[in-house]
Write a protein that binds this ligand. Structure first.
Ligand code: GLN
Length: 487
């Protein structure tokens, strides 16, 4: 099984199934063996028996099809995957990395999980995250921080840190994450894998525990762009169970984008001058490579995008405070053992809600404040208005260019503990990623280079709303420029 360690893509896996070299059960066993020791603390729950049952079903499907993978009905047959632990998998614990949901068993599966499993994918288990997806470093998990796959003293990024670390370390082939302000793209960049946040509404949120409903999107993390595209093709498309689901067809996958004449926008205001020298170098090398491959690199102006962090941290916390109000230990959420001795309703709530960690509490307080009477016009409503202006900036820039290029994060993966004392410093890390969520446009993180310490540095591409397929095709041509076919 030694070659399984270097497995890079679904395509390669399927070839090995068809040649009879590997079987779904052997592959599932291999990945479970990699995941079980939990070296990076990427996993919160493994569902071994469930995964092995799915593997034997995959074997049946292979047998019924004469050893061939029936790509039309089971495009992800026998693909071992991990699911961020804020997405429901029927019958499996879903914690959101919170004491509040420590023993909660999901009664149904998220639409995305259902679609992946019907396509033949195998759910290995649930992946660690920042509590309720609030964070960018995975240090806010009640189950402990996730380690960076190659530099264990560093953060893997968050909030989908378990997803990125597990994919990078070969503990699953693909993973699902969620992205409210960068939670797929940041860890993908830090860990050196691909991460895609689709257009808002393109992928169902049914069965995703809500953080900030107008920003949340589910998307893949993978070792190859093609794998990410294949997962997207399965999970995207209209879902009648979700009120904001768009009527668009599923994302078709990747085509070819011609680099010659491609118009790549580089935001003047979001220039990478404030970024770490290694990130600046990565961006400069990327721009140079694009130019010499014939792309036009065009400065674009996004004058209101500088307000993105301020706007995001009002909108996101306001929506979070409302979404998380349901966890009161009565209807939803755990009940604290101290609740029995509460002498008033207020004390009862306060004891139960102290099961939340510090960052979640901070956001609930901030959000409650910004929505409170007398303040909501000044904070929430004003933020909503500026959000529309930011979306306008991005939309109009994208009417004259094919995509917008920026860094994903201002630095490569930083050391654990480095930013935990100052929440604002942590929030500033989301500078490049939150604009796409505010505007609802698709964005992805593509590994571009490594710094002197071997830490991965990704670049971000943002595309037009609904043009997820085009964005993937452009990203593929970026890979070609870098000297690698990403298929
Ligand atoms: N880092 C951002 C935050 O803490 C993004 C989180 C996310 O995308 N879920 O809000």
């Amino acid at each position: 099984m030694s070659k399984l360690d270097s497995l890079k893509s679904i395509r390669q896996l399927h070839q090995a199934y068809e040649s009879g070299e590997w079987t779904p059960t052997a592959v599932t066993q291999h990945f479970l063996d990699q995941a079980r020791p939990n070296r990076l603390n990427a996993w919160i729950t493994l569902c071994e028996q469930r995964a092995l049952n799915q593997a034997s079903l995959a074997e049946e499907v292979l047998k019924l099809n004469g050893g061939k993978v029936p790509r039309a009905t089971h495009p992800l047959l026998g693909v071992p995957m991990g699911i961020k632990d804020n997405l429901a998998v029927e019958g499996v614990r879903m914690t959101c990395a919170s004491r509040m949901l420590e023993s909660y068993i999901a009664p149904y599966s998220a639409t995305v999980v259902e679609r992946l499993e019907s396509a033949g994918a195998i759910t290995l288990g649930k992946l660690n995250l920042d509590e309720f997806a609030m964070g960018g470093s995975n240090e806010n998990s009640a189950f402990g921080r996730v380690l960076h796959p190659t530099h264990p003293d560093r953060i893997p990024g968050g909030s989908s840190g378990g997803s990125a670390a597990a994919v990078a370390a070969g503990e699953c082939l693909v993973a699902l994450g969620s992205d409210t302000g960068g939670s797929i793209r940041l860890p993908a960049s830090y860990c050196g894998v691909f991460g895609v946040k689709p257009t808002y509404g393109r992928v169902s949120r049914s069965g995703l525990v809500a953080f900030a409903s107008s920003l949340d999107q589910v998307g893949p993390l993978a070792r190859s762009l093609d794998d990410a595209a294949q997962v997207l093709a399965v999970i995207s498309g209209h879902d009648p169970l979700e009120s904001t689901s768009l009527g668009l067809p599923p994302i078709a996958g990747m085509g070819e984008a011609e680099m010659k004449g491609l118009r790549v926008g580089v935001p003047q205001e979001l220039s990478w001058l404030g970024a770490a020298p290694s990130v600046r170098e990565a961006m400069e090398s990327c721009v140079e490579a694009l130019r010499s491959a014939g792309a036009e690199v065009i400065p674009v102006s996004l004058p209101r995008v500088k307000h993105s962090i301020a706007v995001y941290y009002v909108v996101a916390v306001s929506e979070a405070s409302s979404n998380l109000s349901r966890f009161d230990g009565v209807r939803y959420g755990s009940r604290s053992p101290h609740a029995v001795s509460a002498r008033s309703l207020e004390e009862f709530h306060s004891v139960n809600r102290s099961l939340f960690g510090a960052e979640v509490k901070r956001r609930i307080l901030l959000g409650t404040f910004s929505l409170s009477s007398g303040y909501s016009d000044e904070y929430f409503l004003r933020a909503a208005k500026v959000r529309a202006l930011i979306a306008d900036d991005l939309d109009s820039a994208l009417s004259s260019v094919d995509c917008i290029l920026s860094p994903v994060a201002p630095t490569p993966a930083f050391r654990a503990g480095e930013k935990t004392k100052d929440p604002l410093e942590m929030y500033l890390n989301d500078l490049y990623t939150v604009p796409a969520n505010l505007a609802g446009i698709p964005a992805l993180s593509l590994p571009w280079s490594r710094d002197a310490d071997g830490l991965s540095i990704g670049v971000q591409l943002m595309g037009r709303s609904g043009a997820d397929d085009q964005l993937l095709s452009i990203a593929r041509s970026f890979g070609r420029v870098r000297g690698e076919d990403l298929v």
